[in-house]
Design a protein around this ligand. Structure first.
Ligand code: FES
Length: 316
């Protein structure tokens, strides 16, 4: 099955800040797939691999289109540079929508925290909550004025339910104070850099909000890395050897070989695909293992991590 079945044609591009662009796509030869607030698609890159981008329910989005917000990374390994170079009429391929960050459907009030480009799923969630008449507040934080994208659109959606915070002045986000105003039974959602998510999680737990009401999606800057090389994976149970091509994940290679593999996020942050390493040296690219676990080379996340050695023997 084609991992990137959607053909998306750029309909418009707009500079939202000096570093963030919005891209609106029509679906070439098909209709827009259904998606829910918090969902993302993965856009394939010409250099191999793909990158996740959250779908945005922008208020003025034309019927039959999808919108993404893309930050141009300083240390880009190609993904954000490629996305920023797209022009009207260009076509990219992408996966269908996947949602690991959906709103809970119990109609509880919601407190939403966004840091920087982490606003992209949060904007869609605010639009959905508003449409459903569920009380919510968005806290949107960034370094300084002029660097926060989609503010006019957020003001249209949220009006009084939006609080904007700049690190550079007195409006700086005070997470504990924001949580202090949380209505009883509220769900907390956070998307942004790891430091902000950790701070929201810690403050919410300290305030007595149960862990199953704290939801987050990590926005992780692209890490510079060497170009992907092919390598081999040997399955310990059967001795079968599968070649993982450049631009293909271990999971994709195993599935192409007809094997059943357990996985979920495919971003290296849920841990579902974790696998024991019997021999060989993994190239860890996940965000879930601790530094010690990575250094031990005893386990790896086979959705994103690759190999530094020519062959890995995995406990499969
Ligand atoms: S599928 Fe989530 S870490 Fe691999």
């Amino acid at each position: 099955m084609d991992a990137h079945p959607l053909r998306l044609k750029v309909q418009s591009v707009a500079a939202e800040t000096p570093f963030i662009r919005s891209l609106v796509f029509g679906v070439d030869g098909g209709s827009v797939p259904e998606w829910q607030a918090g969902a993302h698609i993965r856009v394939s890159l010409p250099s191999g691999g793909d990158r996740p981008y959250s779908l945005m329910a922008l208020p003025d989005l034309p019927e039959g289109t999808l919108a993404l917000g893309v930050l141009r990374e300083q240390q880009s390994t190609g993904g954000s540079q490629f996305m920023h170079a797209l022009k009207v009429g260009d076509v990219v391929t992408a996966t269908g929508p996947v949602n690991n960050f959906g709103l809970h459907e119990d109609r509880s009030p919601a407190l939403l925290f966004a840091g920087g480009i982490g606003i992209t799923p949060i904007l869609s969630m605010a639009a959905k909550l508003k449409a459903q008449g569920i009380p919510y507040r968005v806290h949107y934080a960034g370094r300084t004025e002029g660097l926060l994208a989609f503010l006019p659109q957020l003001q249209t959606i949220c009006a009084e339910s939006l609080s904007v915070h700049y690190d550079s002045d007195d409006s700086r986000l005070d997470i504990a104070a924001a949580l202090g105003d949380a209505p009883a039974g509220a769900h907390v959602y956070a998307c942004g850099p790891a430091g902000m998510i950790d701070a929201v999680k810690a403050a919410a737990l300290a305030r007595g909000i149960p862990a199953d009401r704290i939801h987050y999606e990590l926005f992780k800057a692209e890490q510079p890395s060497s170009p992907d090389k092919p390598f081999e994976v040997e399955l310990k149970s059967t001795g079968q050897v599968v070649t993982v091509a450049a631009g293909q994940s271990i999971i994709q290679a195993l599935e192409a070989a007809g094997l059943d593999v357990l996985y979920d996020c495919q971003r290296g942050d849920c841990g579902i695909c974790q696998c024991g390493v019997i021999e060989g040296v993994p190239d860890h690219r996940d965000v879930i293992l601790s530094d010690d676990e990575k250094a031990s080379n005893k386990v790896m996340q086979i959705c994103v991590s690759r190999a530094k050695s020519e062959r890995l023997v995995l406990d499969l």
